[in-house]
Design a binder for this molecule. Sequence first.
Ligand code: SF4
Length: 227
Amino acid sequence: MGTPLESREEQATEVVDRLHEEYPDSTISLNYSSRLELLIAVVLSAQCTDERVNEVTADLFEKYQGAEDYAAASEEQLAEDIYGITFHNNKGGYLQGIGEILTEEHDGEVPDTMSALTDLPGVGRKTANVVLQHGHDIVEGIVVDTHVQRLSRRLELTEEERPEAIEQDLLDVVPESEWQQFTHLLIDHGRAVCGARSADCEACVLADICPSEKGDSEVDLASGEAW
Ligand code: SF4
């Protein structure tokens, strides 16, 4: 069991500093070349791996280039075109709805406000934050995905469980200049070392400051249960 730094601010800053050293090129792993492609890719990535999304969007983005193309397609056709993505039937409907709203209300463009983005079908705060950060260079929140959720709890940066509440805690302790990178660093570390069922604490650069470290800790603070 490692010993976290005295305050959560210090703990967050130390985590960020060490992970920057570990993952100097950390960034979003979805492929896209426009704001619309970014939005579509992030919607498809909910509960699906980025790798699978990139495989499917390679063809999808050839076929559908503007919002009006998604608006004109049927939900069934879109579901077929994204076959292989988790919940492809629902997401086919989301893409059609997004195409329609962007065409009718936003001149085919991807809006740049949290409220307009979260009015789109299949777009919650997490998706909207990614689109604002990477599509519009607007950083007003921290994206909390499953890796950020798990690692933030393991590292005792929060005791909250819901993503929205975790985000509020993180906004208080992560330096604002790091709000965007924080997510990518934790995702990289979650994938490489601190997996949901496979935390490799012996190989972890955060072991000495992590209260969940397996050495002599019985508890995984992400779940609150024994390792
Ligand atoms: S791998 Fe272990 S020591 Fe490292 S952050 Fe995860 S739980 Fe903590």
